[in-house]
Design a protein around this ligand. Structure first.
Ligand code: GUN
Length: 284
């Protein structure tokens, strides 16, 4: 059995640091607030939003929830974003994705003031990440980097393969690995010889969105295997992109689902909200 990477333990460490800093700011009269916006009633989004609010309470932030109906128009959502942009109690704004069909996600992301964009989805923040000069971390990829660091495996020079090229995970993930001098390959649904490429990876990050996509023949002996997937299997049970049971004896380190990447994403969101509050109050 590979070493299990404990996302809950690593995320607890990150949140404890955030909480300590938030308390220091509070002593100076600075409180921290995160606005969480959810449109419609996607059950997965509801779970994520509840977890984000719970994390805010744990680290001593205020959270402001805006639950809007499924039929909300783009103009209505943009109006709310503008209100939150101008609300001094709100240091960070998170609009949970995906949004209903009638709303253009890009327009909404672009409307969030970059200083409050704690998801780091705004093109200005994405540009900073690309250059390597950034204060807002892309939450899920940054959480993955923390988990890799926790294994003690050095990314420098190693083959790092990312499966998936989304704006939220795959692309920024590749950038963070590259900033650590990894030799990075981004693969996706059109990639030829995907299995062979993955089997060469010292570090394999799966962000595909398909249950049991990663099979043992795609895993190099002793590799670090990070599973970003959040899928439901036939019985409705949460499972990742990696066939955990089949791969766990071949990998050197592996994340479980749940309890791997998921808690890290939220911990990094708390870290970004702290950063936003510090920047907005001239405390950095
Ligand atoms: N939907 C799935 N992951 C995320 C995330 O990290 N942020 C937001 N806003 N929506 C998401």
């Amino acid at each position: 059995m590979a070493n299990l990477i404990d996302g809950k333990a690593v995320s607890a460490k990150v949140k404890a640091q955030v909480r300590a800093e938030a308390e220091e700011l509070k002593a100076k009269g600075i409180s921290i607030g995160l606005a969480v916006v959810i449109v419609g009633d996607n059950p997965a989004s509801r779970v994520y939003v509840n977890n984000k609010k719970k994390a805010c309470a744990e680290v001593g932030f205020e959270s402001f929830e805006y639950a809007l109906p499924e039929e909300t128009t783009e103009a209505e959502l943009l109006e709310l974003v503008e209100k939150l942009n101008n609300d001094s109690r709100v240091n960070g704004i998170l609009v949970q994705l995906p949004l209903p069909r009638q709303i253009n996600e890009t327009a909404v992301i672009n409307a969030i003031r970059p200083e409050k964009d704690v998801d780091a989805f705004h093109p200005e923040n994405v540009g900073h990440i690309m250059i390597g000069d950034y204060s807002f971390l892309p939450c899920t990829p940054a959480g993955v980097m923390e988990l890799i660091a926790d294994t003690g495996v050095d990314v420098c020079g190693k083959n790092s393969v990312v499966i998936g090229r989304s704006n939220i995970v795959g692309k920024p993930m590749a950038m963070l690995l590259l900033h650590k001098n990894g030799t990075v390959t981004i693969t996706h649904s059109k990639t030829k010889n995907l299995k062979e490429i993955c089997a060469e990876a010292d570090i394999l990050v799966a962000a595909v969105g398909k249950a049991k996509f990663v099979t043992p023949d795609m895993v190099k002996e002793g590799a670090v295997v990070i599973d970003v997937g959040m899928n439901r299997n036939e019985e409705g049970k949460l499972c990742g992109d990696v066939d955990f049971e089949a791969c766990k004896d071949k990998a050197g380190y592996i994340t479980p689902v749940p309890g791997g990447v998921g808690p890290m994403t939220i911990a990094m969101l708390m870290k970004n909200t702290l950063t936003a509050a510090k920047q907005q109050n001239g405390a950095v």
